[in-house]
Design a protein around this ligand. Structure first.
Ligand SMILES: Cc1ncc(COP(=O)(O)O)c(C=O)c1O
Length: 414
């Protein structure tokens, strides 16, 4: 609830589903993130400074020439055929041989998560999620009222052996799906190994388990060798989610779902009731932007910028964070995941950090099982190298002070 709402007289009107929602820590942080005096590692904001106005003008001119009347009209719920063909080209870059017919254009991949929750989950159903997981997925799944079973990640992503152990001991109706972010995980920064992807596909086949493969960051690899998405196997057990948010712009709100036709069809029926169609103007912009080749040019710039910013953050962490802290070393994407000494609480520490004009997202926001108190997500795509160095220095000081306080109060001695 927004801090200014103290008493809500409408409570008796609200649905059970809406009562299961929680205001995301990120939403509340946005007011701080927007403050110019705060160095924010909190949001997941991509760098949009690489979009040259002349390229955008060129694309918009082309859209208007193609069909202004069309651009300002409603369109098909499934999305424009021309755009779906371009999205299939993008998936092709990662090794997915996609049939554009089986693509549903959504208003960001966030909408696909919301629609999936609504077609798949009844209250009390079980689903399997990673720990930590994308907090927008938690927000999309929660109102449907599932039991969320968490499998904790390690440096190679989802430990499939742990998942198998959980499934071996399972009693009652099977879980509806397992939700994974295999590339440059948000928030964990880790990438699922090829062996684990293969094994997860086998497990899905053996146990008739649906995989939701959410891949906003796969093309943002700036280091190392790429690993094909599980959807490239053509398995009927995978629903794949993509988005233009991180490779073009989040403001155009274009994402998509690709997968088995009956599921895509059901999602489309539900989308009709949600928003009729995604913005036609934005879809036309996206298809022209991709068709004219600007997206690849932008992607090259983004990868260069992100590699340099990740390096700046890694070296600042090395220099400023105390002994006993560890962090991931992502080969792409936008996030580094930090684990501090166990006695620290990053949620309690956040106001102290904001006092020092630096922000992050506390770890607990990314778990459904209450863990993560000593963890934090740091975004390295938004602030430049100089601000990263300064922000991590400030954060390091806050953490050291907390550790000193802990020791000076004798809390380490019980
Ligand atoms: C893992 C993951 N999935 C989905 C989304 C939603 O992206 P969008 O709705 O902008 O496509 C995000 C955004 O940060 C994300 O990190």
């Amino acid at each position: 609830m927004s801090p200014e709402i103290i008493f809500d007289p409408y409570t008796k009107l609200y649905s059970e589903a809406s009562s299961l929602m929680r205001s995301s820590a990120v939403r509340e942080l946005m007011s701080v993130i927007g403050r110019e005096d705060v160095i924010s590692f909190g949001g997941g904001l991509p760098f949009t400074g690489a979009l040259p106005p002349e390229d955008i003008n060129d694309v918009m001119r082309s859209v208007m020439e193609k069909g202004m009347a069309e651009a300002f009209q409603y369109g098909e719920t499934e999305g424009r055929d021309e755009l779906k063909r371009e999205l299939a080209v993008i998936m092709g870059q990662e090794g997915i041989d996609a049939d554009p017919e089986h693509v549903l254009v959504t208003t960001g991949s966030q909408q696909a998560l919301d629609l999936l929750a609504r077609i798949l989950i009844d209250s009390g159903d079980d689903i399997i999620i990673e720990g930590p997981t994308y907090l927008g997925a938690l927000a999309a799944f929660r109102p449907a009222g599932p039991h969320m079973r968490t499998i904790h990640l390690d440096t190679e992503g989802l430990p499939v052996a742990d998942l198998e152990r959980v499934l071996d001991e399972w009693s009652g109706p099977a879980p509806k799906f397992v939700y994974v972010v295999p590339n440059f995980h948000n928030p964990a920064g880790v990438t699922m190994s090829p062996e684990r992807r293969e094994r997860l596909l086998e497990v899905a086949e053996e146990r008739d388990l649906l995989i939701i493969e959410d891949n906003p960051y796969g093309l943002l690899r700036f280091e190392g060798k790429s690993v094909p998405p599980m959807a490239s196997s053509g398995s009927r057990h995978v629903v794949y989610l993509g988005t233009l948010s991180k490779i073009v712009s989040p403001g155009i709100r274009i994402g998509w779902a690709y997968g088995p036709p009956p599921i895509i069809d059901r999602l489309a029926t539900l989308k009709q009731g949600a928003d009729l169609c995604s913005s036609t103007l934005n879809q036309m912009f996206a298809e022209e932007y991709i068709r004219l080749g600007y997206w690849e040019k932008n992607l090259d710039v983004l990868k260069r910028v992100y590699l340099s910013r990740r390096n700046a953050m890694l070296s600042a962490l090395e220099k400023n964070f105390p002994e006993g802290s560890r962090w991931t070393r992502p080969e792409g994407g936008l996030f580094i995941w930090v684990t501090l000494p166990e006695f620290l609480d990053t949620e309690k520490m956040l106001p102290l950090a904001i006092n020092q004009k630096v922000a992050y997202v506390p770890g607990t926001a990314f778990y459904a099982d209450g863990t993560g108190a000593n963890q934090m997500r740091l975004n390295f795509s938004y602030a430049d190298e100089e601000l990263i160095a300064e922000g991590i220095k400030r954060l390091g000081k806050v953490i050291r002070k907390e550790i000193e306080l802990y020791h000076s109060l004798g809390l380490d001695k019980g």
